[in-house]
Design a protein around this ligand. Sequence first.
Ligand code: F6P
Length: 332
Amino acid sequence: MAKEIRRIGILTSGGDAPGMNAAVRAVVRSAITYGMQCIGIRRGWSGLINSDFKLMTGSEVSHILSRGGTILYTARSEEFMTVEGREKAVNTCKLLGIDAVVAIGGDGTFRGALEISRMGVQVVGIPATIDNDIGCSNYTIGFDTACNTCIQSIDKLRDTMQSHERCSVVEVMGRDAGFLALYVGISVGATAVLVPEVELDFERDVVRPIQNARLTGNTHFMIVLAEGAGKGFFLADRLKKELGLDARVTVLGHIQRGGAPSARDRETASRMGYAAVKALSEGRSNVIIGTREGGLVETPIEEALAMKKTLQMERYEVLEALKNRLPRDSVV
Ligand code: F6P
């Protein structure tokens, strides 16, 4: 029989994502609804080690639903990787009377959550990362806003690339995953999308799409590159040398992680935050909340960490099919 939860600790950890605040708000307000108290842990797992906390009242989270970033701050903690660090964190939970921790973040956050769950702290995870690379959830908070940020920037870039008949190489985030790049690439009608999941073949992945685009009358080109697939400046150099293109690089960088969360991110974060508290109130913990087929599911953390989300390669077919303006026989 799981211990009754009276006090929840809430933290955000790892890279931030738009909608984290909406999730924090949802957890705090849902806790109040279920008669629990909420302690905000600042700076992720390191806040738990250093007793860096504040009591979260319902009004503390007023007007944060629309704000990017995280009011709790976030960090990646080296100390939490050590047994001593985790022991300190568990001790803080005991001292503060924290019965369960809701951890909002990505893969690294959940690995931390698994470790302290093994040390007796009840945990529930909420997936928030612009990479959308959490296996147990179709969707992660922040992805939609980041996609929209990329799309808005690339639309602007396209205007000037078209005027100057240039080739744009846009580097988007995604150290290990190409979900963001592929989604954005389809949404902007990119000439090519390069992702970490597919080893780059310059001739096949870059030269041929550009040649085909030229044949269909294009005089400007848009290459979307996930950061884990290679370096934009290196690619642009090659495009200049080998194809004589006037290639320009734009690294969208951390701009992708900021900004007011989209409707999808606010709504998903609100539902996930509520689901996390509801699970705890009903005696379930050591799970990660995720989306599947429109609804929310709970997956045990260990199982969730073993799940791998693979890039939907069939989306490349869509990308390719929508480039065609001329009959098939006229392209190489
Ligand atoms: O949140 C994950 C991510 O967006 C990766 O795609 C990227 O490589 C990383 O964050 C960069 O984060 P930081 O600069 O904060 O280390």
